[in-house]
Design a protein around this ligand. Structure first.
Ligand SMILES: Nc1nc2c(ncn2[C@@H]2O[C@H](COP(=O)(O)OP(=O)(O)OP(=O)(O)O)[C@@H](O)[C@H]2O)c(=O)[nH]1
Length: 216
């Protein structure tokens, strides 16, 4: 059985089962919104400040997340946001089980382009792909041009969960990937009697807001 088949398996699944399942997750969004930085923060817990070096093509990082005592393997693909790489990255959408779609709260165009990204996602990805909208760079409050409410409204319109994140401070970064892992685990191995998992409710109940909790 190949990994893809295992990934779409339905039915009771014990903890060992998940050791073999690889959930393909892709980061997409305009160039410069912080996709690579978000992945580095999640993978290594650090932020590398400095000059911006655009991703060329596509690459991935494997990461194991523990969800309710079960190890869930995510294969996270970081794509290049630049238009010239678009045809390359489209080819990767088809096998994706989850897509994290980013904009930059200090960049209006990156937010306005979200609808176009969603159109592409609906064209090239599987119909049941898990999508999450992320407004990144929430730490740069002085340059904010997109209000949290605007992100929330857009996410509600498309029926997807929404978080504001900061790849710099780490705000909500782990939560974004954890929520995706929980949803994928739930979908892959729903047990009889297990309470249903609602990713949007989960994210709403767990998220940090910009300015919140900086004393922690
Ligand atoms: N202050 C702040 N800066 C960020 C954040 N995330 C990314 N940056 C900066 O924004 C710039 C672009 O970040 P990248 O992670 O390279 O952006 P990208 O989306 O991967 O860009 P492409 O590879 O071209 O698609 C870099 O200079 C980062 O340091 C954040 O959350 N806060």
């Amino acid at each position: 059985m190949d990994l893809q088949t295992l990934g779409s398996y339905q039915g009771g699944a014990g903890p060992d089962f998940y050791e073999h399942v690889l959930h393909k997750t892709i980061l997409v969004g305009d160039s410069g919104v912080g996709k690579t930085s978000l992945l580095v923060q999640f993978d290594q817990g650090k932020f590398i400040p400095g000059s911006f070096s655009a991703t060329v093509g596509i690459g991935f990082t494997n990461k194991v997340v523990t969800v309710d005592g079960v190890r869930v393997k995510l294969q996270i693909w970081d794509t290049a946001g630049q238009e010239r790489f678009r045809s390359v990255t489209h080819a990767y959408y088809r096998d994706a089980q989850a897509l994290l779609l980013l904009y930059d709260i200090t960049n209006k165009a990156s937010f306005e382009n979200i609808r176009a990204w969603l159109t592409e996602i609906h064209e090239y990805a599987q119909r049941d792909v898990v999508i999450m909208l992320l407004g990144n760079k929430a730490d740069v409050s002085s340059e904010r041009v997109i209000r949290s409410e605007d992100g929330e409204t857009l996410a509600r319109e498309y029926g997807v969960p929404f978080l504001e994140t900061s790849a710099k401070t780490g705000m909500n970064v782990e939560l974004a990937f954890l929520a995706i892992a929980k949803e994928l685990k739930y979908r892959a191995g729903q047990q009889a009697g297990e309470p249903s998992f609602q990713i949007r409710d989960y994210v709403e109940s767990q998220k940090q807001r910009p300015g919140c909790c900086s004393f922690l």
